[in-house]
Write a protein that binds this ligand. Structure first.
Ligand SMILES: N[C@@H](CCC(=O)N[C@@H](CS)C(=O)NCC(=O)O)C(=O)O
Length: 215
């Protein structure tokens, strides 16, 4: 039995949903109410009180990129072929390329930071009901543009790992689609990133979990 502890609109959860679909692994969703600490979920599943978490036949893991790493490591032989679709590149075998471990790890953290900034904007900006945004959010807006400029130099039009669908691509596509869904900031206008996203967002495992659709 495999259970994904999730929230339907969570971009972190969506990364894991896409990876489970890529790997062709069956699972059931368990929606976790927002109050996630001081109860069974916080005590037994994820002490951080966040989603996602995965129970893979009794092996419980939390933190989205750790779960992606686990799925790539534990199910190395799936899938046998890339998903259907014109020229869909194969899924990578590892979270980061062993020979580019430090570069890819940095890229992953930069994308995570971009998504975290988006979450901070959602929680504390005008979306949260305040009339004036806290001054700190101006820094978050600067931070995301700085990260995007930096990512543009690391990206290629084919992705962060040309010829493959990488975890870096997955993280970026999910993050910017969520940013659009929540209308948080402009990320377009950089040729490599624009083309990378346009290429990978067509992959068949991506549209099925778009936040505008029911989980
Ligand atoms: N670094 C975590 C972040 C997960 C996260 O922030 N999840 C959000 C939902 S999108 C959450 O559960 N927030 C609840 C809270 O912060 O109390 C991961 O990658 O799994």
């Amino acid at each position: 039995m495999r259970t994904l502890y999730m929230s339907p609109l969570s971009p972190y959860t969506r990364k894991v949903r896409v990876m489970l679909a890529e790997k062709g692994l069956e699972y059931r969703n368990e929606v976790v109410p927002f109050d996630r600490l001081g109860n069974d979920y916080g005590n037994k599943i994820n002490p951080c009180g966040r989603v996602p978490a995965l129970d893979d036949n009794g092996r419980v893991l939390f933190e989205s990129n750790v779960i992606l790493d686990y799925l790539l490591s534990e199910y190395p032989d799936a899938p046998k072929a890339p998903p259907a679709g014109a020229n869909a590149p194969p899924l990578v075998k590892t979270l980061v390329r062993p020979e580019k471990r430090w570069e890819d790890s940095e890229t992953l953290v930069a994308i995570e930071t971009l998504l975290n900034c988006g979450l901070t904007m959602l929680r504390f900006g005008t979306h949260s009901g305040v009339h004036r945004e806290p001054a700190y959010l101006a820094r978050e807006h600067m931070r995301v543009q700085s990260i995007l400029d930096w990512l543009e130099k690391r990206a290629t039009p084919e992705g962060f790992v040309p010829g493959w669908f990488s975890v870096l691509d997955l993280n970026l596509v999910i993050s910017v689609q969520w940013v659009d869904f929540r209308k948080l900031f402009e990320w377009r206008g950089r040729p490599n990133i624009d083309r990378l996203v346009a290429l990978h967002e067509q992959r068949s495992t991506i549209p099925a979990s778009h936040p505008s659709l029911p989980a």
